[in-house]
Write a protein that binds this ligand. Sequence first.
Ligand code: PGA
Length: 251
Amino acid sequence: MSICTIVGNWKMNTTVTEAVELVSAVASGLSSEISAEVVVCPPFISLVSVQLALHSSTISIGAQNLYHEMNGAYTGEISGGMLKNICQYVIVGHSERRSIFGETDVDVNLKVKAALGTGIAPIMCVGESLEERERGSANSVVESQVRGGLEGVDIGADVVVAYEPVWAVGTGQSASPEIAQAMMAHIRGTLEKIGGKDAASRVPLLYGGSVNAGNVGEYISQPDINGALVGGASLDAESFVEIVKVAASKS
Ligand code: PGA
């Protein structure tokens, strides 16, 4: 795994018009050959417009969530089947979904399976809170999120795991590369126990939490970090393009 994966999570930002403008600016900034897998995750209502805007680009599209059922009386929800011809990826279990919308590891597991079942690669987010880190339970919290979210799942290159310490998301307080690498090694070790060394080595591990063009290179240089999940800095085309270029040059 030498090519890195850089994912932009736009969260609940951008109108459809703004999403098309943003993705067009990103695509033109990355028009030269870049050795990175680049993924943008706009809000649901902009997915189709972004897909059209990206027609001949190699940039991939991700959704920010999905519901695990395929269709039916689930007002307001979106299924994997609806996303599959538009998205190659879907973010699952982001810390905001866990903390604001009460998603549990059981929900995350259902969503991971639903995504894989429709041919979409889940980007499963895990990460401890500040309180959990301070009380020394970061490793066990993250390990149980990984095990719970991947229960009964065949791991491999189509499952992506993003380590996003909650205290680093949107705070400007990014984890040090040492802290990030130590947790990634722990996650890789957990994946080895789940699916064996070979399968675990193929799972891309992304760091997320206040990533910017100034710090992304340090993360990508770590042995167990294969990419980044970028929130705030992905809303500015210039910063996101710069992040991708720095990351591609270090991987
Ligand atoms: P941030 O968000 O880059 O703004 O910290 C990361 C994320 O929530 O995925």
